[in-house]
Design a protein around this ligand. Structure first.
Ligand code: HEC
Length: 215
């Protein structure tokens, strides 16, 4: 009987340590995080696009967590500065992702602002990036004889539009692209460095004070 009691106590202690380290400590660390000034809440169209990003499994191939220089050359890849907790203030659930089959998309709105490019790339990635292994999403588009009033056919590279037809994005495709365009975390996250009265740039290493000549 004594052994069973020890076993149960041991299991409970192990469980308590794991909960503290993985749930309670992280919660305490980020609970007071505020949204950075430059970060805007998503619009309702962008939130619909975000739901479509989740539904279409984009998160299985794309991360949203550029890392610091000491971990990975993400900044050199053009993926943006290392993310901070506040960048995710409006992200519920977060879409950090754990796979990087494709590039990190935390700042895709900065690097690729073109709506036409995004729509065409979703319709057929290989029309833009030869050999791309990203799947096409043809069901986010309608193929019609001609665009109806209020609709705009997408402009694809030559050879990708079915002959005699037009490719029209569905409202879901348009919302998804609005979401991608909104992924911009290029605002400053630290207060600006104090400037000297002369307006000259201060360096983080203060120059050594000049020795005053002894009189
Ligand atoms: C099977 C993995 C996979 C899935 C799923 C996937 N992608 Fe991709 N994606 C890639 C790869 C690989 C690339 C790089 C080649 C290219 O640009 O097509 C890429 C590139 C991109 C780019 C261009 C990134 C850049 O830096 O130029 C965007 C935007 C993008 N994907 C959005 C999406 C969206 C939105 C979805 C979901 C609807 C999605 N992807 C689903 C693999 C994937």
């Amino acid at each position: 009987m004594e052994n069973e009691a020890k076993l149960t106590a041991g299991a409970m202690v192990t469980f308590a340590i794991a909960v503290s380290a993985l749930v309670i400590l992280p919660y305490v660390q980020v609970r007071d995080v505020k949204a950075p000034e430059g970060l805007k809440p998503y619009t309702s169209a962008e939130l619909r696009g975000r739901a479509s990003y989740i539904a279409n499994g984009c998160v299985y191939c794309h991360s949203q967590q550029p890392r610091s220089e000491s971990f990975a050359p993400d900044a050199k890849r053009g993926w943006g500065r290392a993310s901070v907790p506040g960048d995710y203030y409006y992200d519920k659930p977060h879409l950090l992702g754990s796979m990087r089959t494709g590039p990190d998309l935390m700042n895709i709105g900065v690097r690729q602002p073109s709506k036409d490019w995004h729509l065409g790339h979703l319709y057929q990635p290989r029309a833009y990036v030869p050999g791309s292994i990203m799947p096409p999403y043809p069901y986010l588009f309608d193929i019609k004889d001609k665009a109806e009033p209020g609709e705009e056919a997408i402009k694809l590279p030559p050879g990708y539009t079915p002959p005699g037809k037009v490719v029209v994005p569905t409202p879901e495709a348009l919302d998804l692209v609005r979401y991608l365009q909104a992924l911009k975390r290029d605002y400053p996250i630290l207060p600006p460095e104090p400037q000297e009265a002369t307006g000259a740039k201060t360096s983080s290493v203060a120059p050594a004070p000049r020795p005053t000549p002894a009189s």
